[in-house]
Design a protein around this ligand. Structure first.
Ligand SMILES: Nc1ncnc2c1ncn2[C@@H]1O[C@H](COP(=O)(O)OP(=O)(O)OP(=O)(O)O)[C@@H](O)[C@H]1O
Ligand SMILES: [Mg+2]
Length: 511
């Protein structure tokens, strides 16, 4: 008799000798009002990293959700390990060896890290109860293998976005799949963590795992991907080896035109000080933050994830107010105890975490756009000028090129990048004097990114004071008048546009 182990080994061998582990042909997927995928093909080699590129709404996530058993295609065939398959559910896909890490993180906040990873496969003791000690040990072993340093017994709600990302990755790896799909895995993590992730990916690849890697970051493609496929408006454009093309070739394939200026920063008149922050502290989080911000100025806020940048933004906006220090707006001491106070002072904050604090998923695009403007006192005498607001929303949709069949679509049906654009529109509609943007172009495609940069630049010209947190140094350098750098809760310096460069920022950020 042949043992199952031997059978598995034979199967794995067979699989290795196939040129493709996954072959997709003629896939079509329609949603009400949108053809998300039209006659699409895709072929994946074992032991390789295959990047998917394309503008926001091109159909990348939809295709991967079909491969992961979440959506059923309207038409087309999927061959996995040489045989045609019908994937009936995500569990079916997972059991066959296809795992996916989603663009929008989907961990259960109230459960521990270990519980999240082993959900529905918890180890049990002799009594059939969950064996927590064993589960913790299994998690620790997994984390050791991946060099992840997170406490398995911590509650997920206490983790940073980057840590959650790592937990998701570990969870997917724990399934020991043959195909691992990563949908924008680095959108919430900075350089050191990206290096860490890439080390994990290289290790998995060496073990024969095929990895599909969706990203908007061109440099990642050249660093990690063996080949890539491009999609545009639901159509397959082509597949090439990464070594055979240039950055401009890919952009042309993606958007069908060239983008010459990624950072169209225009000269804006720098006016009076509008925001003056002195010695702002929140013990244990950040200390002694002092800076002035002028009308028309763009202040970049750089630093590693965890350096306290987002905490400072949240303190200014009253989400988690500082306990020491003063905030002056237009020369007046203000006390900001809640986001409502901040909005009354003309502030707006685009948060970095669009799922938890950003989108209201069950609501429509229009409702999501209007919500801040409605709370902001744009309601005159208790009466809402709904028609006027809707017209403004339509203008925003055009200006930001938000791809949706109509404004009454539920926001959860929009692609990740288009959700982000809706949130930007939400805050612009409040006509802020001080606009705080936390990672504004995360998950946004190259074309739309340049558009958003242009928009920020134009707002500054209109006198809006902007604070922009970004982990992308080219973006910080390209857009900011001055750059404040943080390290472990402290300001380590403020650089002027004329003197700033990547090396200086990294020196201040990493100390
Ligand atoms: N469940 C759904 N219901 C309705 N429309 C949907 C649904 N999922 C996706 N779409 C639409 O299908 C199109 C493709 O979306 P998809 O999420 O695949 O894009 P993407 O390439 O992943 O974009 P991004 O880079 O912004 O993440 C978009 O127009 C989107 O609005
Ligand atoms: Mg997507």
């Amino acid at each position: 008799m042949v043992s199952t182990n031997t059978l598995e080994a034979v199967q794995r061998y067979k699989q290795k000798s196939l040129p493709y582990i996954l072959e997709i042909e003629g896939i079509r997927k329609e949603f009400p009002g949108v053809v998300a995928l039209d006659n699409v093909q895709f072929r994946l080699r074992p032991g390789s990293v295959h990047a998917l590129m394309g503008e926001n709404g091109a159909g990348k996530s939809t295709l991967m959700k079909i491969i992961a058993g979440i959506y059923k295609p309207d038409r087309g065939t999927i061959r996995f390990q040489g045989e045609e398959v019908t994937l009936t559910s995500p569990l079916d896909a997972l059991e066959r060896g296809i795992a996916m890490i989603h663009q929008e993180l989907a961990l259960m906040d109230w459960m521990t890290v270990a519980e999240n990873i082993w959900i529905r496969r918890e180890p049990t003791n002799a009594l059939g109860l969950i064996d927590h000690r064993k589960m913790t040990a299994m998690t620790q072993a997994l984390f050791d293998q991946l060099s992840i340093r997170i406490d398995p017994t911590a509650e997920v709600s206490s983790l940073t976005v980057a840590q959650r990302q790592m937990v998701e990755i570990a969870k997917a790896v724990s399934h020991e799949s043959d195909v691992l799909i990563m949908d924008e895995p680095t959108s919430a993590i900075t350089e050191t963590e990206v290096e860490h992730l890439f080390a994990i990916i290289r290790d998995l690849k060496a073990r024969g795992v095929a990895i599909v890697y969706i990203t908007h970051k061109m440099n990642e493609l050249f660093e990690i991907a063996d080949e890539f496929s491009v999609f545009r408006d639901g159509k397959y454009v082509g597949t090439h080896a990464s070594a055979d093309v240039t950055r401009d070739d890919i952009i042309r394939m993606m958007v069908g035109r060239e983008i010459t200026d990624m950072f169209p920063k225009e000269e804006a008149e720098i006016g009076d000080v509008i925001l003056s922050v002195e010695n702002l502290s929140l013990p244990g989080t950040f200390h002694g933050i002092t800076f002035d911000l002028r009308k028309g100025e763009i202040l970049g806020l750089a630093g590693l994830v965890g350096s306290g940048r987002s905490n400072v933004a949240e303190a200014l906006f009253g989400v988690t107010p500082a306990t020491e220090g003063t905030i002056r707006i237009a020369g007046r001491d203000v006390s900001i105890g809640s986001p409502k106070d901040a909005m009354r002072e003309g502030m707006a904050l685009l948060t970095e975490d669009r799922k938890d604090t950003g989108c209201f998923l069950p609501l429509t695009v229009l409702e999501n756009m209007q919500i801040a403007a409605l709370q902001d006192g744009h309601v005159k005498m208790g009466c809402v000028d709904e028609r006027g607001l809707t017209v403004l929303c339509k203008e925003m949709q055009d200006a930001l090129r938000i791809k949706t069949p109509n404004l009454d679509e539920r926001i959860e049906n929009l692609s990740g990048g288009n959700q982000q654009k809706v949130l930007i529109a939400r805050w612009l509609l409040t006509k802020p004097r001080i606009l705080i943007l936390d990672e504004p172009t995360r998950g946004i495609d190259v074309g739309a990114k340049a558009e958003i940069h242009r928009l920020i630049s134009r707002l500054a010209q209109q006198g809006v004071a902007v604070i922009m947190i970004s982990s992308e140094l080219p973006e910080v350098l390209g857009m900011s008048d001055r750059i404040m750098v943080m390290h472990e809760g402290h300001m380590t310096g403020i650089l002027d546009r004329s003197e700033a460069n990547q090396v200086k920022i990294m020196e201040l950020a990493a100390r």
